[in-house]
Write a protein that binds this ligand. Structure first.
Ligand code: LER
Ligand code: MN
Length: 262
């Protein structure tokens, strides 16, 4: 399995040292913050060259969601995502992870009434994805659409929700990213959902059931990795988790060792 990681607070801060450290831990790639990539493009290129560690994808680092309630912010987000996709194409990255929105609204907490209709949500997210589909085509990249759990977003919660956007809009450069943490909350059966949507699944985020490091909770990573392998999944699985341990660096390393045996 190709295993990559996002940044962690205990990683070194300079880019060159960060890339060395991640490579030294045994990861196959880095999922970078979009703003860090755009603002330090030359430095990122130099770090890739010096270490051989590839930048796989970008996540975050833009202002305004593709499903933002505020149109000005939605359009601003699109411009910034386009810039990140251009930068990714310069470093050989595959694409960017985008949820419909993160932390903007949830039906599960007060006020529980959305300022926009569900139809309005669909129009906004579809318009954004159709626009980004063209940017992705032009830059040779992919937009990975991420379902989040119901407490973080109200628009796309399951892999099936994401698939509907892709199919209904006939998007050619948008794929699904499955995040085990969100899937554990929203899907009836994580392995079954991975299997059902295997033809659209391009990326995976991993954490254990409580969003701490893989291996520290109750998810069955062996079974889930077996499912991905059985479905000939060719993408990356990327650590997106907090670390709960007295020695976070050692716990992270132990977690990766554990996953390599799954
Ligand atoms: C947020 O919970 C998350 O999973 C990120 O990947 C947002 O894109
Ligand atoms: Mn995620």
């Amino acid at each position: 399995m190709n295993i990559a990681t996002q940044n962690q607070p205990f990683f070194p801060t300079t880019l060159r040292e960060k890339f060395h450290y991640i490579k030294g831990m045994g990861f196959d790639g880095f999922e970078i913050d979009g703003r860090l990539l755009v603002d330090h493009l030359d430095e990122v290129k130099a770090a890739i060259k010096a270490t051989g560690l590839p930048v796989i994808t970008a996540c975050g680092g833009y202002d305004g969601w593709i499903g933002d309630f505020i149109e000005e912010r939605r359009l601003n987000g699109l411009q910034q995502i386009a810039r990140i996709l251009e930068a990714l194409s310069e470093v050989g990255g595959k694409g960017i992870i985008v949820p419909a929105a993160w932390g903007m609204f949830t039906f599960r907490l007060p006020p529980m009434t959305s300022p926009r209709s569900l139809e309005g949500d669909r129009k906004a997210v579809s318009a954004s994805l159709r626009w980004l589909d063209e940017v992705a085509a032009r830059t040779g990249t992919t937009v990975y659409l991420e379902p989040l759990n119901r407490y973080q977003d109200h628009m796309i919660n399951t892999l099936a929700d994401a698939r509907r956007y892709i199919d209904e809009n006939a998007l050619k450069h948008v794929e699904i990213i499955g995040d085990f943490y969100h899937m554990n909350i929203e899907e009836d059966d994580i392995a079954q959902a991975l299997h059902t949507h295997r033809d659209r699944l391009g990326h995976v985020h991993i954490a254990d059931n409580h969003r701490y490091q893989p291996g520290s909770g109750s998810l069955d990573f062996s079974a889930l990795f077996d499912q991905l392998r059985a479905d000939h999944y060719q993408g990356y699985v990327v650590y997106e988790c907090r670390v709960r341990a007295d020695n976070p660096a050692q716990a992270y390393q132990d977690s990766l060792t554990f996953l390599r045996e799954c």
